[in-house]
Write a protein that binds this ligand. Structure first.
Ligand code: AMP
Length: 305
């Protein structure tokens, strides 16, 4: 099965305590699509300007990502800039330039609207809903979001939640959205707003997966050095959606999602090892398998009571 990924494609400027890089390939959909492409065929829907480097398009094509839904229009590509504090967890957005994104409407073509797995990566919830308006009954839909939309488009986000199977958000966003400090309560509250499944990411502390009477707490793969956390969440979502597409034949179950969450975490752990998508660029399938096995071994409890 294939995955449709819709979201932002950006040129990012990222500053960490160790380094600063400008005009890097970024955006929620870039990370998510490349991550998903390690597991399943991917179709990307988004927009870039006429300044978008050919090399980035070549990289996406090299990953066998279908770019027939990528609009390239006159103007500048969406730009985002962020700075990480010394803990590499706290981030400040320094600037956002919408550019061609301002007038973007995701438009699906005939090859897109029957895609079984849909990942609505982070963009305005009204645009995420517009994608669903054009879809022909996808098998499983996952949406990501961010604090910005919770603050300025809460109504649109609530409407979207009634139409998706799963919402992914981070701990701060879950608290902001629900007003609940306790993440278990927050997860249940978001489920009651529509999505059958909710994943709350906790950065270096892993993630919580909620289903109906089912719960899974996934640790994070322990890393000593993090070079750039940008896009970890998008990479997680892409890996999860790609893994579902590759491994699920019937209705998606909680057990399928448990497995997919672990693979999403594995992909995210690679992504933070370098700036932009550089680590995913060099990543080999055998490395994913090896890290999955290492992750599994260190997460197991002893068998005896
Ligand atoms: P994350 O680290 O998961 O929050 O994702 C970072 C990526 O999100 C960067 O590559 C940005 O280009 C992209 N991004 C930042 N702000 C927005 C926004 N308002 N809409 C869509 N994508 C964004």
């Amino acid at each position: 099965m294939s995955v449709l990924v819709v979201g932002s494609i950006a040129l990012d400027t990222v500053k960490t305590p160790a380094a600063e890089h400008t005009d890097l390939l970024g955006g929620s959909a870039s990370y998510a699509a490349v991550s998903a492409s390690f597991f399943a065929p991917v179709k990307l829907v988004g927009v870039v300007g006429d300044d978008f480097p050919r090399a980035h398009l070549d990289f996406l094509t090299h990953r066998k990502i279908d770019l027939s839904g990528l609009q390239q229009v006159e103007g500048k590509t969406f730009r985002w800039s962020g700075e990480y504090m010394v803990d590499m967890n706290t981030r400040e957005t320094r600037s956002v330039e919408l550019n061609v994104f301002e007038h973007f409407t995701p438009t699906l073509n005939a090859s897109h609207n029957a895609t079984p797995i849909v990942l609505l990566a982070n963009i305005a919830p009204s645009l995420q809903s517009h994608v669903l308006d054009q879809m022909n009954r996808p098998q499983f839909t996952v949406a990501d979001t961010m604090d910005l939309w919770i603050n300025i488009a809460r109504g649109d986000l609530e409407a979207l939640l009634k139409r998706v199977d799963m919402l992914i958000l981070n701990d701060g966003e879950a608290r902001l959205f629900t007003g609940e400090n306790n993440l278990i309560k927050a997860g249940h509250k978001i489920r009651s707003m529509g999505p059958h499944y909710v994943a709350i990411k906790k950065g270096e502390h892993g993630c919580l997966l909620f289903g109906e009477n089912e719960f899974f707490s996934c640790p994070a793969f322990p890393l000593e050095t993090i070079h750039d956390p940008t896009g970890a969440g998008d990479t997680f979502a892409g890996g999860l959606a790609g893994h579902l597409a590759a491994n699920v034949t019937g209705a998606v179950t909680f057990a399928d999602l448990r497995h997919a969450v672990v693979y999403g975490s594995v992909l995210a752990s690679f992504n933070v090892e370098a700036f932009s998508l550089e680590r995913l660029r060099s990543l080999q399938p055998a490395e994913i398998t090896a890290r999955y096995e290492a992750f599994r071994a260190l997460s197991q409890f002893e068998g005896n009571k």
